[in-house]
Design a binder for this molecule. Structure first.
Ligand code: NAP
Length: 269
């Protein structure tokens, strides 16, 4: 089961899993992207694909997804919590309703789905949970405060849960990608940084291939790419205040970003 499977990294996960012969239960917003992905996968691979369109920012969404899975006899043994979005700009001028939807999607949908599916994952062992965090979980970014906060939550939640379910046949992994060329927000971000960002940017299929291989090998923390891995390591060795001053200088270009308008269009079709 993959959330946010109709575009970007989620769609790349779906293609990667289909290529490995896994049947798919794909969840994303109820728009034309999802049936498009379903037909691409069915044309290319001999796997079953079931899709469910739902807005995961709704408080009851996780329960509805779980009930849909039950009604359709879907047995989940690999849960990928990927759906998420971020904005950038000054926190002081951010919109509270956008922040709240970001927390609902990035955090609450992941917590809810994981909670509902854990008993089934236990039954269907060996099983896997993959949560999609970001490099920003360990390098908190000024001007992306709420997004960074949600990704830190996902990171800590995943490490803690892994230990809780270690003896239940469930492996929990967390992936922390750097910049991935997916949507318009990402494209703007990469443009703002110019040549420097290109060192970090990866394509979704690269992230998917590396990540799924690592999850199946039981890896805990996955940071695809040599440079993102080196930067995270470097960041951990720096004194916190100095690290944050440097990050603020580098990411000051996000200060006046108006990504919320783009996000408004995406999440409120
Ligand atoms: N791109 C990056 O640079 C980057 C880096 C690190 C981590 N990440 C993380 O990777 C994950 C995927 O990012 P991405 O860049 O691939 O995103 P994306 O291209 O914008 O795709 C987002 C996916 O989530 C779905 N979605 C959005 N809002 C939803 C909602 N309210 N309910 C249900 N589904 C919803 C979208 O469905 P529709 O197609 O129907 O809109 C789409 O399938 C996110 O958690 C993100 O934080 C991304």
């Amino acid at each position: 089961m993959i959330t946010g499977a109709s575009q970007g990294i989620g769609m790349a996960f779906a293609l990667e899993c289909a290529q490995r012969g896994m049947n798919l239960f794909l969840v994303a917003l109820p728009d034309p992207h999802l049936p498009e992905v379903e037909s691409i996968i069915k044309r290319k691979f001999k796997v079953d694909v079931i899709t469910f369109g739902i807005d995961l920012t709704h408080p009851d969404a996780a329960r509805k997804v779980y009930e849909y899975a039950l009604d359709n006899y879907i047995q989940v043994n690999f849960l990928i919590n990927n759906a998420g979005f971020g904005t950038s700009g000054l926190f002081e001028t951010s919109k509270l309703d956008v922040n709240s939807r970001m927390i609902m999607l990035n955090v609450m949908a992941m917590v809810g789905l994981t909670r509902f599916f854990i008993p089934d994952l236990k039954k269907n062992r060996p099983s896997y949970i993959l949560n999609v965090s970001s490099m920003e979980a360990t390098l908190p970014l000024p001007y992306k405060t709420v997004y960074t906060g949600t990704k830190s939550f996902i990171y800590s939640f995943s490490l803690a849960l892994r230990e809780e379910v270690r003896n239940d046949g469930i492996r929990v992994s967390v992936v922390c990608p750097g910049s991935v060329m997916t949507n318009e927000e990402g494209f703007k971000r990469i443009q703002a940084h110019g040549a420097r960002a290109k060192l970090l940017v990866k394509m979704p299929d690269y992230i998917a291939e590396r990540t799924i291989s690592a999850v199946l090998k039981g890896k805990v923390e996955i940071i695809p790419g040599f440079i993102p891995r080196a930067l995270v390591k470097l960041g951990k060795g720096f004194p916190t205040l100095l690290k944050m001053r440097i990050l603020e200088k580098i990411f000051r270009v996000y200060r006046d970003h108006k990504t919320e308008e783009i996000v408004e269009e995406i999440v409120s079709p």
